[in-house]
Structure formats: structure tokens, C-alpha cells
Ligand binder design. Structure first.
Ligand SMILES: [Zn+2]
Ligand SMILES: [Zn+2]
Length: 326
């Protein structure tokens, strides 16, 4: 039965193996060529955290990211206890924000562009109430903290408020209401002080975007100043259609899916949401890993160089109002 093409089974297998090796070699050469070209590509991380007390800290993160072609990081502050600040009050938050501002400056000192954000994370509401703080005190604290951040924004010390938003997990109605109130005030402060806002949301589907849009419309804040962070691609697309900024987590399969949706791929940003916690390294990604994943997807032909340039440079310049400098 092998007579038509091959003398025998062995010569057929040899032929198949030669073909397979050639395909592999082609892929390798093609991949190397693409990776050579990629040296001229620049990469951005549209939402990451740093921890100078318990993690690598911003200088080291910036150095590692820069070695991979990184040029921009949106650096978002962490809550006081991440920096081992025990005061769960206004003073503790001020200390944490001041520490974070130094971290933003450390990124700039490494020659990267940086956008600096500080806020009151929705999970802080649960953390503080669980620690025994009365709900009304947590509400007052959250409002005071973002008021302070609004001032820093107005003075040009930082670029935006974040993270604020809604819990992405089940919580009690009063805690949810507190997080919502803080988010709504943050949107007003952003409107009045020319700040950007990073929203942490429940990622529940189209309704996440629709309910945010109802609020943003009433506040009268320009949608392009509002970033929906860590969004799933489908929700991201809904948000982009309405003029919001979206940062998509840099996980390989999420990116593969997102790059497949043209309108999303052309308008989105990519984030690591790195938390710089040595106990949980690279959760959800390390900034330098998102570069590798983007390049792997380029080698696989899922995304082209132009789209990567748009996502990592053009869209960042537009969304954050920074200049592309390296
Ligand atoms: Zn978040
Ligand atoms: Zn985050």
C-alpha cells in the first residue's frame, strides 16, 4: 500500500520526519527573525504595584522591566498594611501614599515614564470592618483619603485616583454601599481636579459597564479618564465601545483572545497587576512576563508588530497623556 509514494513504511516515516524537522526549523528561523525585530518594540505596563518594604520595590522592578524593553508603568499604591504600616487610620494612609509617591519617583529615576495613582481599594472596606472599625468610620476614612488624593492630583504630585471601585467578591450590602460611595466621590474629585481614575470592579459582564456608565454620565466625567482595570476581554470591548480605557490582564490565553477582537486589540492596554509580594511571586503576572507573552503571541502569528506598537505606545500616550520617551 506504500507503493504509490514510498517504498516501505520506514521510508515513509523518514520522509515525514524530514518534513516535521523542516517545519520546526522554519518556525525557529521565523521566530528568531521576529524576536530580532522585537528589540525595537517598547512595552508598557498599564497597572502594577510595587512594595519597597516587603517586595522588590519600584527601582528593581523598573530595572527588570526596562531590560525587557519596558518604557512606561502606571504604578498604583497599595494599602498601608502591605508596607507593614500598622495604623489603620488616616495617618496610616497618608504614610502609605507618601511612600508610594517615592516609588513613582524611583521608576522615573530609572528612566521610565510613570503615571502615579493612589486610592482606597474596595477590599480595604472589608478588611477594616473585619478588623473592628465601625462601618461609618470606614466610610469617613475612605472619603478623607480620596479627598487627599484629589488634592495631590490638583497639585500635580500624582496623576490619578486608584484603585477605587466595587468588591469583585460577595460581601455584605453595607460594605458594598461604602465602596460605592467612595467610588462615586472619587469620580467627582477626578472631574474637579483633572485626575484619571483606575476602577477595580466585579467583572460581572455587560452590566458592569452599563452601571458604571450610569454613574460616570451623572458625574459628568470624561469617559476617557476612567480606566476599567483587570477586565475580561468581552467586558473590555463593551467599555471601549463607550469610550472608556481598559487594561487587560497580561495572561497568555486572555491576551490571545483579546488580540482576536480587532476593536478591542486596537484600543486596549495591557497590565500585569503585579503586587510585588514575595510570598506570591508574579501574581497575577510579573511586568517582564507580560513582555514575553506578547512576544510569544507575535511569534505564533496571533498579533502583529503594528498592533503591539499601538497597544504599548500609541494607546498609552493617548490614555495617560505621556510622551513616548526612552
Ligand atoms: Zn484591582
Ligand atoms: Zn491592582
Amino acid at each position: 500500500m506504500f507503493g504509490a509514494f514510498w517504498r516501505d513504511e520506514r521510508s515513509r516515516d523518514r520522509c515525514f520526519n524530514r518534513m516535521k524537522n523542516r517545519v520546526r526549523a522554519d518556525h525557529r528561523i521565523y521566530g528568531v527573525q521576529i524576536l530580532d525585530k522585537s528589540k525595537s518594540l517598547h512595552f508598557a505596563d498599564a497597572h502594577a504595584h510595587s512594595n519597597p518594604v516587603n517586595g522588590l520595590g519600584a527601582s528593581e522592578i523598573a530595572k527588570r522591566f526596562k531590560r525587557k524593553g519596558g518604557w512606561f508603568v502606571a504604578l498604583v499604591g497599595l494599602s498601608p498594611w502591605h508596607y507593614s504600616i500598622d495604623e489603620k487610620n488616616y495617618n496610616g494612609y497618608i504614610k502609605a501614599i507618601q511612600l508610594h509617591i517615592k516609588e513613582c519617583r524611583a521608576v522615573a529615576a530609572e528612566g521610565l515614564q510613570v503615571a502615579c495613582f493612589a486610592g482606597f481599594h474596595p477590599a480595604d472596606v472589608d478588611k477594616l470592618i473585619s478588623a473592628g472599625k465601625p462601618p461609618e468610620e470606614v466610610l469617613r476614612l475612605g472619603l478623607q483619603v480620596i479627598e487627599y488624593v484629589g488634592k495631590l492630583c490638583r497639585d500635580g504630585v500624582i496623576d490619578g485616583i486608584g484603585e477605587v471601585g466595587r468588591q469583585h467578591y460577595r460581601t455584605s450590602p453595607d460594605r458594598f454601599a461604602i465602596a460605592m460611595s467612595i467610588m462615586m466621590r472619587a469620580l467627582e474629585l477626578a472631574r474637579d481636579n483633572d485626575c484619571l481614575v483606575h476602577l477595580h470592579l466585579e467583572n460581572a459582564g455587560t452590566v458592569t459597564v452599563l452601571t458604571i456608565d450610569e454613574i460616570v454620565k451623572r458625574v459628568g466625567l470624561n469617559r476617557s479618564k476612567v480606566f476599567l482595570h483587570h477586565v475580561k476581554p468581552r467586558i473590555g470591548l463593551e467599555a471601549i465601545k463607550r469610550g472608556y480605557q481598559v487594561t487587560i490582564p497580561g495572561h497568555k490565553e486572555t491576551l490571545r483572545y483579546a488580540f482576536g477582537i480587532k476593536e478591542l486589540a486596537e484600543n486596549m492596554l495591557i497590565e500585569s497587576d503585579y503586587i510585588d509580594d514575595p510570598r506570591r511571586p508574579c501574581v497575577s503576572s510579573c511586568p517582564w512576563d507580560i513582555v514575553d507573552r506578547e512576544l510569544e503571541l507575535m511569534v505564533e502569528g496571533i498579533v502583529d508588530e503594528n498592533t503591539l506598537y499601538k497597544v504599548n505606545v500609541d494607546n498609552i500616550v493617548k490614555a495617560y497623556g505621556v510622551e513616548h520617551r526612552i
